[in-house]
Each structure stands twice: as structure tokens, then as C-alpha cells.
Design a protein around this ligand. Structure first.
Ligand code: NAP
Length: 432
């Protein structure tokens, strides 16, 4: 059976794991837009969360399998069409995640200085598309919109001192920029109450241990205690509220502050060419629903990071769900011989391991439904790439990049990621 997989993040690799386990004869060709594999693990997981990135060791084992091929630096719709893959392979699996920011959709949200979390995270993590972003950190206030773990990641990166990035694989350009940063107040603003915040406990707790930053909670302490004392409170929410309450006991001098604000809906962003301020409308919660009031609060800033979730990028004419967040599918099936898994197939929520269950279901479904009859698509694919002058990154090329990234690194860090495509291509042509 010949299968094309688009994307090489967690859902792709859990699907590959399942297919290699269940089908001895399967041949898998991975098509990845970035020059390097591992998607969200390499480009999304925070550089100072190396334990989470350890899953790369397992994924590398599957990448090394003789039946798995890698075509990095290839974009579907530009370098090769989905219809060509569909014609050449027994099945195509779209596991390309959700790499674009959901839009804030309020007045002023396209001003310079408003940088969605996908871009901001990509900048410090070496995503080749976002390395040139150069966010303006010459601002006393930074505003992060959203109450999820990505908001926490962005805040923590802005808050840390250089030495707190030791043993990470943060990009050098980001480290330099953060070193010269004038950001002092990092606002994390949620539209609902602390009870509805989507932070997880460990991530929230970590903010209490930063060396030069104090977390502050701009929410009435008694109201936090009311949430805590409710009979039906979920354990995870209870722990989150306890952590928020515990922040009040942190008594230290620090240059930076992370300030949590709740019940504030982004209303308008003002500025001429560049963002100057965000105006929030204050909310009341009535039966768990937000009721927006006329009261407003303005935060002056040159940097706004909406961390409000992700959506897929368009591939050819594939239909999207009603909110345009993922590819429309029925239990992983899109159309013809095209399937999907992970964040490409549903809401962008959950941790790396959450993709495993969905991947295993998809593997069973594929093995039931696909009647293999395609022959050696790899040869034809490589011809298409040759004809179109596509400089794809092979598995051997990646091994070379991997070696350089880990050899060239300063002893304090884990890896010096290459994120400039010209540099990567020249490395490959020189050494291969
Ligand atoms: P998320 O957890 O879904 O949080 C998105 C936040 O944005 C929510 O607070 C949401 O508020 C808010 N939001 C959405 N639209 C908004 C709008 N128009 N205006 C204002 N606020 C808006 O998403 P995420 O933070 O992007 O994280 C994605 C997934 O990755 C999550 O499951 C997360 O836990 C996971 N993750 C895990 C880690 C980790 O384990 N260390 C790190 C990063 C990410 P409402 O609730 O009101 O909609």
C-alpha cells in the first residue's frame, strides 16, 4: 500500500506509527512544507519545554524506517497538487495541523504590531515563514489576548531572562531581541472569568517561578474564593483558581509583571499605521454566557498577540467546516481517497499525545477501506519535483541538517535551529 502523508507533526507520526505496526508492506511518503520534520513539536512547543519535545526521539525512529520517505520544503498546491497525490497514491492523509491564526475580526486588527500567536511562536521557534517577523519589543506593555496555554507560552517567553533559556532551543535572533526588550507589563486578557480559562495547572504554576517576573491577578480575591467554594467545581478548575490565588503571596521585586485580566472582550484596536492601544469592553457572566457592558478599559501598547486558536490553511478547493477552522470530513474521510487527522480534521485542542487515539482510529479505517492498486508513486513524484525545479529536503538531507544543528550549538543550548531556507539549501548542496 502506498500512502502520501501531508505534514510531519504529531498526528502524522502517530498515524505512521499505526500504519507501520499494522501493515508490513505499507510505503509512506511524507510531504512537509517546512525543511525539517516534526511540525508542532519543533515549531509550536515552547523552546524551554524540552521534555515535551523528547517525543521527537520516538518520531525519529519512524522517520528512519526504510519504508518512510521524506520530502521537506514542499508545498501542496505550489510544488505538487493534491489531485496528483490522490492519483498516484492509494490514499492521501492530510495531517498538516492548523498553522494559521484565527482572526480577531475587530476594528484595527490588521494594524502593524498585531501578531497572531502562530506567527509569534513561529518567530522564536524557527518556522522558516516567520523568522523575519521582528516583533516590536520596544514597548512597556504587551497585550496577549486569550486564556489558553499558548497565551501562557507567549507571556513566559516575553518574561524570561536570557539565562532562563539555557538548555532550550530558542532561536538566536529571538534571544537577542528579548535581551533588548523593553517589555515590563505583559497582560494576558480573557473574555470570560478565571473559571472558564483554558490554562493547565503546570503551565500556570510555572509563571510563579520566573526569576524577574511576578504574576498579578486583576480579579477580586473574594470572587475567586466563591468560584473555589462551589460544590460542583471541576478539579482542574479548582487547581487553576488555587494557583491564581497563590500568586497573591509572591512578594518579590521584579522588573516584569504578568497581569491577568478577565471578563474583557477585545473591542477595538487603535493606531495610525501601528497599534497604539487596545480597547476592551468589560463583561458580566450571566448563566455562563458573556454579557458585554458599555464599560471599557484601554491598554496602551505597541505589541498585541492574539492567542485565540488556530485554523488550517487552504489546500486547493477542499471544503472547510462552517467556521473555516479545519477540513470538512466525516470521521477522518474527506473525499475520493483523501483522509485527514489531527488538528487538520477538528478543533485545535489537546496535547501531543491526544493525537494518538484519532490516528489509531484512522489507521483502522484506512486499512478497512483502501484497496491498494498503485505502483511506485515515488519515482513519478521525484520526476514532478525535478521538472518543477523543486528543491526538496530528503531524509538524508534532514540528517545532515540535524547533525549541524546539534553540533554547532553553544554548550548552553540544545540545538541551533536552521531557519533560513537559502542557508539550508546551500548546506545540502555543499555537503551532499
Ligand atoms: P485554547 O486553549 O483553545 O485557548 C484559546 C483562548 O482564546 C480561549 O481562552 C478563548 O476564549 C480565546 N478566544 C478565542 N476567540 C477569541 C476572541 N475572538 N476574542 C477573545 N478571546 C478569544 O487554544 P490555544 O491556547 O491556542 O491552545 C491550543 C491547544 O494546545 C490547547 O488545547 C492547549 O492546551 C494546547 N497547548 C498545550 C500546551 C502545554 O501543554 N504546555 C502549550 C500550548 C498549547 P473562550 O474560551 O471564551 O472561547
Amino acid at each position: 500500500m502506498n500512502i502520501a502523508i501531508i505534514g510531519s507533526g504529531p498526528s502524522a507520526f502517530y498515524t505512521i506509527q499505526g500504519l507501520l505496526r499494522e501493515c508490513e508492506t505499507v510505503k509512506l511518503d511524507i510531504f512537509e512544507m517546512q525543511p525539517a520534520p516534526f511540525g508542532l513539536v519543533r515549531y509550536g512547543v515552547a523552546p524551554d519545554h524540552q521534555k515535551t519535545k523528547n517525543i521527537i526521539r520516538l518520531f525519529s525512529k519512524y522517520l528512519a524506517d526504510k519504508n518512510v520517505k521524506f520530502y521537506g520544503n514542499t508545498k501542496i498546491g505550489k510544488d505538487i497538487n493534491l489531485s496528483t497525490l490522490s492519483k498516484l497514491y492509494d490514499a492521501v492523509i492530510i495531517s498538516s495541523g492548523a498553522s494559521e491564526d484565527k482572526e480577531l475580526g475587530i476594528a484595527g486588527s490588521n494594524l502593524k504590531g498585531i501578531i497572531g500567536s502562530a506567527k509569534f511562536v513561529g518567530w522564536y521557534n524557527g518556522n522558516v515563514i516567520h523568522t523575519e517577523l521582528n516583533p516590536n519589543l520596544n514597548t512597556k506593555n504587551a497585550v496577549i489576548i486569550g486564556n489558553g496555554n499558548v497565551a501562557i507560552d507567549c507571556a513566559r517567553i516575553l518574561a524570561k531572562k536570557t539565562e532562563e533559556f539555557d538548555h532550550s532551543d530558542i532561536m538566536n535572533h529571538a534571544l537577542k531581541s528579548l535581551l533588548n526588550s523593553n517589555v515590563e507589563n505583559i497582560y494576558i486578557v480573557g473574555r470570560r472569568s478565571p473559571k472558564e480559562a483554558k490554562f493547565t495547572i503546570a503551565e500556570l504554576r510555572e509563571l510563579g517561578h520566573l526569576s524577574d517576573c511576578t504574576p498579578l491577578v486583576d480579579f477580586d480575591e473574594n470572587n475567586l474564593k466563591v468560584i473555589l467554594e462551589a460544590d460542583d467545581i471541576d478539579t482542574k478548575i479548582k487547581k487553576n483558581i488555587e494557583v491564581l490565588l497563590s500568586f497573591k503571596d509572591i512578594k518579590k521585586q521584579s522588573r516584569k509583571k504578568i497581569i491577568f485580566k478577565f471578563l474583557s472582550t477585545p473591542h477595538k484596536i487603535i493606531g495610525k499605521k501601528e497599534v497604539e492601544a487596545v480597547i476592551f469592553k468589560k463583561n458580566k457572566l450571566v448563566n455562563n454566557k458573556i454579557v458585554v457592558t458599555d464599560e471599557t478599559e484601554t491598554i496602551y501598547t505597541k505589541l498585541v498577540i492574539p492567542a485565540i486558536g488556530y485554523k488550517v490553511s487552504r489546500i486547493d478547493d477542499l471544503e472547510l467546516d462552517e467556521y473555516n477552522n479545519f477540513y470538512k470530513n466525516k470521521e477522518g474521510y474527506i473525499k475520493d481517497n483523501i483522509y485527514t487527522s489531527g488538528w487538520a480534521s477538528g478543533a485545535s485542542v489537546g496535547v501531543i499525545g491526544s493525537n494518538k487515539i484519532g490516528a489509531n482510529i484512522l489507521v483502522k479505517k484506512l486499512l478497512n477501506e483502501i484497496k491498494p492498486n498503485k505502483n511506485n508513486p515515488t519515482k513519478e513524484i521525484e520526476n514532478v519535483f525535478k521538472e518543477n525545479n523543486v528543491n526538496y529536503i530528503s531524509k538524508d538531507n534532514w540528517n545532515l541538517i540535524d547533525k549541524k544543528e546539534t553540533n554547532d550549538v553553544d554548550a548552553k543550548y540544545i540545538r541551533k535551529k536552521l531557519a533560513n531556507i537559502e542557508e539550508i539549501l546551500s548546506l545540502i548542496s555543499i555537503k551532499s
